[in-house]
Ligand binder design. Structure first.
Ligand SMILES: *Cc1c(COP(=O)(O)O)cnc(C)c1O
Length: 452
């Protein structure tokens, strides 16, 4: 059997730089890329990957990077996780595609059974599967509108929901997601998020919810709202964790108003925040939940799960797509979920938080540029500002992130103002490897950030 050879156990879990970054072979590929790949598609790293496993990416020049990004919260079970590789190999040899709308298969049904078990709430649920997060969000809006007979969708400042036409409208940030790409879909209304670092001092979650909902009631009208759509912890918007009470207050308002409460758990789901889903932290039970990213260990799959009465309200044939719930992606999802259960990766995410938070708070003690340290589980961030203010420092954020890349650590940035360093390590990353990555981050701060 060769299937285990792609697993993390056989790829050394180490940081190793053997050339400059990028090395000669990556530079060569970069030149080929420039001549053929649209420059509208960007990349964070200047290197080209040849292999990956567990918590490392190995480039074509033999450099091994510690991965603190997981391909944007996707490879929670580790890259090329052995159980995922084996399940994919078995499925791809059996059949690659039938289209579930033409000839169905068990894997799709089994993934929907898992989604019903794992998502918050013990009510009767139904699911449908798609290819990408944006597609799941689009379908959530379709279901909410059809089921309620209403049109308005309420979204939040700093929200990110995707790059298709409707999801661009739902997304807050102009550059790079929306600029020049309009006109956008209508009946989308944006209200303030609970953002403790930037809200008035002491504002509670309930007060922030009242601020948002007052706008909805005066400008939209409760009876026109099909759905309130929110990320329980915002992802691209900068890992904004709303104040306690904010999400429950929104969910209560939806229940009273007949609106559908949609939790976009695409980035937060599948153990990332220390629970299967981030809504569990405050016992919030959404009407609909969107999932993707961490669900299938790197294969493209997305889900929409929710109340059976809503999900079954549409006519048969109203939801679907050629590839949605592809059998290979479903096999990968089942292996991913099994791995998360067996290895108790929600607990692993909490352990990563315990290991990382003190290190990030240490940065805050050493440098006045760290305005805020926040997040939950293995979804943590630092927000960089000009010392003594809340004025964003995107330039310093980019400089520190680049310094980490040059030293063999993959870091990502985020935030409406581009001033958030975010950390999304694979949930299986070893403590030693993580510690080494944080040493590199420390050194980057010591070199580039102003000391206190
Ligand atoms: C990534 C993301 C999406 C979009 O998912 P894609 O698979 O890139 O279409 C939507 N919502 C959230 C919260 C995300 O993080």
């Amino acid at each position: 059997m060769t299937d285990l050879l792609t697993g993390p156990d056989t790829l050394p879990q180490e940081r190793r730089l053997v050339t400059e970054v990028p090395g000669p072979r990556s530079r060569e590929l970069g030149a080929r890329r420039a001549a053929t790949v649209s420059s509208a598609v960007g990349s964070t790293l200047p290197v080209y990957v040849e292999r990956a496993g567990g918590g490392v990416l190995v480039d074509v020049d033999g450099n091994s990077f510690i991965d603190l990004g997981s391909g944007i919260a996707v490879t929670g079970v580790g890259n090329a996780a052995p159980a995922v590789v084996a399940a994919v190999q078995e499925q791809v040899a059996a059949f690659t595609h039938t289209c579930f709308m033409v000839a169905p298969y068990e894997g799709y049904v089994a993934v929907c059974e898992e989604l019903a078990r794992l998502t918050p709430g013990d009510h009767e649920k139904r699911s449908a599967l798609f290819n990408s997060g944006a597609e799941a969000v689009e379908n959530a809006v379709k279901v909410a509108r059809h089921a309620t007979g209403r049109q308005a969708v309420v979204v939040f400042d700093h929200a990110y929901h995707g790059r298709t036409n409707l999801t661009m409208a739902l997304t807050a940030k102009n550059m790079p997601y929306k600029h020049g790409f309009g006109p956008f879909a209508g009946e989308v209304y944006r209200v303030p998020m609970s953002y403790p670092f930037r809200d008035p001092e002491g504002m509670t979650g309930e007060q922030a919810a009242a601020r948002a909902l007052a706008l909805v009631e005066t400008q939209v009208g409760a009876g026109n709202v099909a759905a309130v759509l929110i990320e329980p912890i915002q992802g691209e918007g900068g890992f904004v964790v709303p104040a306690p009470g904010f999400l429950p207050a929104l969910a209560d308002w939806c229940r009273r108003s007949g609106a559908v409460f949609i939790a976009d758990e695409i980035q937060t789901g599948f153990c990332r925040t220390g629970d299967w889903f981030a809504c569990e932290h405050e016992q919030v039970v959404p009407d609909l939940v969107t999932t993707a990213k961490g669900i299938a260990g790197g294969l493209p799959l997305a889900g929409l799960t929710g109340r059976a009465d809503l999900m079954d309200a549409c006519h048969t044939g109203g939801l679907g797509g050629t590839y949605g719930g592809n059998p290979v992606a479903c096999a990968a999802a089942l292996a991913t979920i099994r791995t998360m259960r067996e290895r108790e990766l929600a607990g692993a995410a909490r352990a990563l938080e315990a290991a990382m938070l003190p290190r990030l708070r240490g940065l805050q003690e050493r440098s006045g540029a760290v305005g805020d340290v926040r997040g939950r589980g293995a979804m943590l961030a630092v927000e960089l500002v000009r010392p003594g203010t809340t004025e964003p420092d995107a330039e310093l954020t980019a400089r520190i992130s680049k310094a980490c890349h040059a030293q063999g650590v993959v870091t990502l940035t985020a935030g409406t103002f581009g001033n958030v360093l975010r950390f999304l390590p694979p949930l299986v990353i070893g403590q030693e490897l993580l510690g080494e990555a944080l040493d590199v981050l420390d050194a980057a701060f010591d070199e580039h950030a102003p000391a206190r």
